[in-house]
Each structure stands twice: as C-alpha cells, then as structure tokens.
Design a protein around this ligand. Structure first.
Ligand code: PLP
Length: 363
C-alpha cells in the first residue's frame, strides 16, 4: 500500500465534468478577470463564514498584506503573532515593513493568549491570530485583550475553512480575516487564490481598491495599491468545490476521530483537541521524541508525512534581524523538533486509515 500525503487528483475525478464546464463557460464569457464567478464566490464564501463582504485576491499571503494595509498598519508598527506558522504569515507582515512580535504557543499548537499582553508595546497595532492546523485560537480572550488595548484583530484562516467556536465560524471574529485557497487547503483552487472577509464597509471598500492598483472604476489611483486579483477560472472552480466543503471537513473529522481513538503507542503523543466538532483538521499533527526514526519508519511502510513546521520562524536566517534567540519561545521550539503531520484528506479509505494506525501502533 502507498499512502500519499496529499492527492488532489482523487478529489478532482468526480468533479471534472462540472469543472470542465465552468472553465469553458468562463472562456466563452468574454470576461476573464473580476467577473461574475469572482463576485459569486465572494458572496458565497462570505455567506458561508457569515461576514458581510468578501474580496477575492491572488493568494492568502496577499490577503494578509492587503488586510493589514486596509487596517492602516504601517512601517515599524508591531503585529503580534506566532512563530509556529507558515512563513507567509510573517512575510506578509514584512512586505509592508511591519514587525512581527512572537508569542509562544500552548500544547494545542495555537497562540498562548495568556502571554499576549506581555509583548504589547506602544507600537502594537494588531493581533494576527493563526487558527493553525484547523483548530481555532481562543478568540473570546483575544477579543477582550484587543478591546482593552485598542488593537485590531486579523484572523489568518488559511488552514481553517469552516472551523468554528460555539457555532460561529472563524473568520467572523476579527475586524478582518484572510483565507488561502492554495491547492492543499481544505478548500483548494487549482492554482493560487485567496480571499479577505470583513463586515466593515470601509475596510471592504479599501481592500477592493487595494487589489487593483488603488483604483475604483477608472484608471485613477485613489490610494497606492497592488495587482492582486482572483481570476475567473479559479473562482468558478471554487464555487463548485465550496458546495462539498462541509462534507469534506466531516470526512477529515471522522479520520481524525479514528486516529484519536485508535493510535495507541507510548512513543506517539496525540494532538490536544479542544472540541472535535470545532476543528476541521487541515492537518493531524502528532508528536514524538523519536522523529527521525519514526519518519524513516513511515517511509519504509510507504506512508508519506509532512512536518508543519520544522524550523520556527524566529530562528530562521531570513529573520535573524528580529533578534530572537534560541530559548525565547520554548514550546514552539520544543514542538518543532517533535511534530509529524499524518496523512489526512477526505478521500482516504477505511483500509488506508486502518493501515496507517496499525503501522503506527507497531512502531
Ligand atoms: C497559516 C497560513 N498563512 C498564510 C498562508 C499563505 O497562503 P498562500 O499560500 O495562499 O499565499 C498559508 C498557506 O500557505 C498558511 O498555511
């Protein structure tokens, strides 16, 4: 048995006729950029998360950058976030010259909300909460802290399409939120795409201008902007795939539940799940003190794995100038040496899941 870590082709197979149809219809429409499919997807996705507005952009990274510019974050302003995230969370902050201020994580892999206030300074403008692996951060506490210190909240939901807290989806808690539709995501395009969501009309208007050179309708820039548009073909594909997202998230949840109940090996530490119904399991991340041996063993048994993320961002060469040192974020650093992401995608079969569990239990 060969188990891939991610395989978009299995999911594509049954959808292909519908997807081919939408691609052809876009090509025949005469409108390739910012047309009906993008508008439809912006509305559909905003409705799914329950915000008033959506702005389709080129990627999740651009979504974060544009959302921060819309929030008026400027060169030298400080953004509170985590170092256990995908690099783009940080590169988006740096693109506008803002400074990431890292907070350590808890054993559920999300930001330790009790350590946020310690890093707030006069320059802090925003808390950028990353709902990592598909598990929501503790938003009620984060909202309280933001209110107390007059900070904005930007949610990085690149890994949490449909994750929720008390029936409210992440992406609807902050002032503004950002999603990625990179192909591996729970809702993935067949290329790059992202979206910004907000219920604030001013932010919506500003983001819309920012994604097209700061223009409204004519070739006139009201503010300095960018080129970051979601294209019609990707939007058409996402409109089709969005209809299946709930089912796919449920499939992932069932696989996670099976892993949680059946992986029994003292060398493998299962992830801490706050509420399985709120989590959408973009990744299922276990920990082990024998990672090298374990990953070699997985490969020997033809099970592909991932590591998200092996190198904490505050210790990477590119970010040396931020002046963080080994030991500054002890849990982030410890976990980065232990974590292994197991295969979890909706099309995994029962036989494959059982094989993965049995293999792990025999390690
Ligand atoms: C947590 C997180 N933030 C941001 C991004 C950036 O998204 P994109 O790859 O669409 O630019 C990703 C995905 O790569 C991500 O996982």
């Amino acid at each position: 048995m060969q188990i891939p870590f991610f395989d978009y082709k299995q999911q594509l197979k049954p959808l292909k006729p519908e997807i081919n149809k939408v691609i052809n219809s876009v090509l025949d429409s005469g409108q390739l950029i910012l047309g009906n499919e993008v508008r439809k997807f912006e509305n559909n996705f905003a409705k799914f998360i329950n915000t008033k507005y959506g702005i389709g952009v080129n990627s999740g990274t651009d979504a974060i950058k544009i959302a921060m510019v819309a929030l008026d974050i400027k060169n030298g302003d400080e953004v509170i976030t985590v170092a256990n995230t995908a690099i783009p969370t940080i590169s988006a902050i740096r693109e506008i010259g803002a400074m990431p201020k890292f907070v350590d994580i808890k054993n559920d892999f999300t930001i330790d909300e009790n350590k946020i206030e310690k890093v707030i300074t006069k320059k802090t403008r925003v808390i950028l909460s990353v709902h990592l692996y598909g598990q929501p951060c503790n938003m009620s506490v984060i909202i309280k802290i933001a209110k107390k210190h007059n900070l904005k909240i930007l949610e990085d939901c690149a890994q949490s399409h449909g994750a929720q807290l008390k029936n409210k989806k992440v992406g609807s808690f902050g002032d503004i939120s950002c999603f990625s539709f990179y192909p591996t995501k729970n809702l993935g395009a067949y290329g790059d795409a992202g979206i910004i969501l907000t219920s604030n009309k001013k932010l919506f208007d500003k983001c819309k201008m920012l994604r097209t050179y700061g223009m409204k309708n004519t070739y006139y820039s009201h503010i300095e902007g960018y080129n970051s548009r979601m294209d019609e073909i990707q939007a058409g594909i996402l409109n089709i795939k969005l209809k299946h997202l709930k089912k796919w998230n449920n499939n992932r949840r069932q696989i996670a539940e099976y892993y949680l109940n059946n992986i029994k090996n003292s060398k493998i530490i299962l992830p801490k799940i706050k509420d399985i119904n709120n989590h959408i399991f973009h990744l299922f991340v276990v920990r082990t003190n024998q990672r090298k041996k374990f990953t070699k063993y997985l490969l020997k048994h033809k099970i592909r794995y991932g590591i998200h993320y092996q190198f904490p961002i505050h210790l990477q060469t590119a970010y040396k100038f931020l002046n963080y040192k080994k030991g500054n974020l002890p849990i982030t650093e410890k976990f980065s040496k232990q974590i292994v992401s197991l295969p979890i995608f909706p099309e995994l079969t029962k036989t494959e899941i059982q094989y993965i569990v049995n293999t792990i239990n025999n390690f």
